[in-house]
Write a protein that binds this ligand. Sequence first.
Ligand code: SF4
Ligand code: SF4
Length: 101
Amino acid sequence: MGELRYFAAGKSLGLETERCVGCGRCVEVCPHAVFAVDGGKARIAERGRCMECGACARNCPVGVISVTAGVGCAAAVIGGFFNGGVPTCGCGCGDDDPRCC
Ligand code: SF4
Ligand code: SF4
């Protein structure tokens, strides 16, 4: 299977680089390798892979990552599973994009 990328992904993901202490927790916990740490600072290396799960923001010790968890494809897939419906993230692609939920 090819690399997973999410339609309109990671829109809510933010990083306040100046206050990052370079601990690497975001790299450790992100299931999609969105972050990289170079020269003691994190950077968003692959925004398109972000599924807005929120793990990075919950684990950053200095709170410099922001993300609106519970939106996007991750929420759609979970919601579809529990509600028994077709997953939809509301991105507006109308099922035309095979990379979407
Ligand atoms: S929200 Fe989840 S997928 Fe997105 S960067 Fe953070 S840990 Fe990775
Ligand atoms: S978890 Fe936070 S402090 Fe640690 S490298 Fe990532 S952004 Fe920087």
